[in-house]
Design a protein around this ligand. Sequence first.
Ligand SMILES: C[S@@+](CC[C@H](N)C(=O)[O-])C[C@H]1O[C@@H](n2cnc3c(N)ncnc32)[C@H](O)[C@@H]1O
Length: 251
Amino acid sequence: MTETARTHAPAVRRFCLALLCLGALPCPAADAPAAPRYETRVVHDPDGIGKFYLGREIAQVMGHEGAGWLERPERATQEQPAKLLAALPLRPGAVVADIGAGTGYYTFRIAPLVGARGATGQVYAVDIQPEMLDFLRAKAARLHVTNVVPVLGTLTDPNLPADAVDLALLVDVYHEFSEPYAMMQGIQRALKPGGLAILVEYRGEDARVPIKPLHKMTVAQARKEIEAAGLKWKSTIESLPWQHIIVFRKE
Ligand SMILES: C[S@@+](CC[C@H](N)C(=O)[O-])C[C@H]1O[C@@H](n2cnc3c(N)ncnc32)[C@H](O)[C@@H]1O
C-alpha cells in the first residue's frame, strides 16, 4: 500500500459508512435484529425459571402461600429492619413505593414515618399476587392505617403514576422479576427526577447467608443489571447482617 492510500483509507471507510447509514445504501447495522435481551436454558436450577438475564438465572416468584415466612418472628433479628429503615432517606410527606410488598413487612413500618405529624406521605404497596394485596388491605384496616395504597402490578409494569415517587424500595424481590428490564423502566417512569430505587438483596458473595443461591444477588450483578436499565448507582450500604442495600438514582 502506498503512503497516500494508507493515509486516506480511514477517511474513505468513514465516507462509505456515512453513505450506508444515510440510506444511500442499505445499512446492515440498522437492518440487523436486536440481540435478544434474555436467554432461555433447558438445564437450569430448580429454583429458577430457566430464563437468564446478563448471565443470572431469574428465581421463581415466592407464592402467597409463603406469607407466613415473610412475617416470621425471627426475621427481626435476622434482618434488623430498624437498621434498614435508618439507612433509608425517609421523611414526613415522602411518597414511597414498596415494590413486591408481599405482606407489607416494610410497608407498615414505613407508613407511619412518611405520614408522621399529619404529613400527606404515602406508601404504594405493589404486588402481582392479589392474595398479597388482600393481606395488605386487611392489615391496613386492622391497624387503621390510611396512607397505604395497594396496587396490583403486572410482570412488566408496577402500574404507578408517572413522576410521583421519591423512593422505590425493592426488598428481596428484584431477583424474582421475570421481566427485570421492563420492570425497572416502569419504576424509573414512576420516580421523580432525582428519586431513588433501593434494592435490598441477600448477599450473593457470602455462602454463610442461609438463603437459596438464586434468591441472593451480588453487588456486581445488581449494578450491571440496574445500570443497563438506565439508573445510576449511588452507593452500597453494608449495615445489615445478611443483605446489601444498593442505592440507585434516576438522573
Ligand atoms: C420474597 S417476597 C418479598 C416481600 C417483601 N418485599 C418482604 O420483604 O417482606 C417477593 C414478593 O414480590 C412479588 N413480586 C414478584 N415479582 C413481582 C413483580 N414483577 N412486580 C411486583 N411484585 C412482584 C411476589 O409476589 C412476592 O410477594
